[in-house]
Each structure stands twice: as C-alpha cells, then as structure tokens.
Unconditional design. Structure first.
Length: 234
C-alpha cells in the first residue's frame, strides 16, 4: 500500500466543461450509495459534477493506496466530510469540491485539509455589503479601493480561501466566516474564536487552474509539503 508520506499533501483537479452527461467510465467507479445520491440531483449539471468529484476521489485514492477503486470504503462524518473507513487508512484526510465544469480533490497525512473551487461568475459577485460574507473591515476597505475588475478577483480569492479554511477546520458553513482572517499576501489564515487570539493557523495554496476558475487549499500551518498532481480522470 503506497500511503502518502505523513508530510505530504496532494491536489488533483479535473475540468469538464464540454461534458453533457456523466460518462459511464465515471459512474463505473462509484459505489451504490454514491450512484443513488448522484441520481437524486434534479439537474444534469449537478449529477455530472457529483459523479466527476467522486470518480476523481476514487481515482486519486486508488493511485495513492494501490487498491482498486471499487474496493475503497468511503463514508461521511456528521458534517458530510468524506473519510476512508478502512483499517490502516483512517488517518488520511480527504477533501473535495465541485462546481460547474470543474472538480478538485486533495489527500493528506499531515492533518485536516480543505479545498474549494469556484467558477468565476462576475455577474453574481457582490459589489457592496461585503460584511454579509464575513469580510473584515480591513478587507472591505481594500476591496473598496480597487477597480471593479480587481475587486471581483480579490473577492473570489477571499471567498475561496474562507471556504477552504472552514472545510479544513471541520465545521464548514457552521463556522462564522467573520472568525476567519485571511492574509492573501502571505497565503495564511487564522481562526479567531469570538475575537480572541488565534485558535488555529492555516497555510493556503491558491491557484487559477483555468481562466474560468479559482481554487484554494488549506492545511495546518507548519505541517506538510504540497504537491500538485497531474490530471488523472479521463
């Protein structure tokens, strides 16, 4: 079993804008629970995104663990975060994210991780009332000083970073985003519980995997070395 080194964090992405229905080769990788869940989505684009995310997850795990995709037992905790429910694999952290046309998966032995990938849709990006999105006064002032184009780019960076940190923390959207402080210049984040000193600190990896998407990955500060993996899902 080719387990990750305990200091290694790996990230995979897959873009599928031209896909109009879930390819059978993706669906063949999913187990019965995943297939059932996939079929419950009303819109085809959501079924495709779910199938792509879980097919990529099983492909990445199969490569890492040197096990057939169908043999992997993947469950979810009460917050919906996936984990491998198999002896010897419980310490591996898993995170995935999907949006229209792209999915991302990351694996780690270096502690909790969180990934978020978002499609850049400038029509839906707010131009004011940023406090509703958990942004600090400093961040709001910074956004206000930018041009419209720059403001859109910076907002997406701040949002994906917060989503990634919230996932890594484990509380997801139940964690107030105003408790998360983002330092884009240093690619770091902290969580301040009720305004107290930082209760946790996170390293960020941010990238634009294609002109249409933004991605952020978070893991505990001072733990782990990042590796960007090549495409695995076809």
């Amino acid at each position: 079993m080719n387990m990750l080194d305990r200091h290694t964090i790996r990230l995979w992405t897959h873009e599928f804008q031209e896909v109009t229905s879930s390819p059978p080769r993706w669906l063949a990788l999913l187990d019965e629970k995943e297939l059932t869940h996939c079929r419950q989505f009303r819109q085809e684009k959501d079924r495709i995104a779910y199938a792509a995310a879980h097919a990529l997850l099983r492909t990445a795990l199969s490569q890492t663990l040197e096990l057939p995709p169908a043999s992997l037992i993947i469950d979810h905790d009460r917050m919906g975060k996936p984990f491998i429910n198999m002896p010897g694999c419980m310490s591996m952290a898993i995170t995935l994210s999907h949006t229209s046309g792209m999915v991302a998966v990351a694996l780690s032995q270096a502690g909790n991780i969180g990934v978020d990938v978002e499609a850049i849709d400038r029509k839906n990006i707010p131009h004011n009332n940023f406090s509703a999105y958990g942004l600090s006064h400093e961040e709001q002032a910074m956004l206000a000083s930018l041009s419209l184009h720059e403001r859109c780019e910076a907002f997406i960076d701040l949002w994906t970073a917060r989503e990634a940190v919230a996932k890594a923390d484990g509380r997801g959207l139940s964690l107030p985003f105003s408790d998360i402080k983002i330092d884009l210049s240093m690619n770091k984040a902290t969580i301040h519980e009720k305004g107290a000193s930082p209760s946790s600190q996170w390293t960020l990896w941010r990238e634009q995997p294609s002109p249409l998407y933004r991605l952020a990955l978070a893991w505990p500060q001072g733990k782990g070395a990042f590796t960007r993996m090549n495409e695995q899902l076809i």
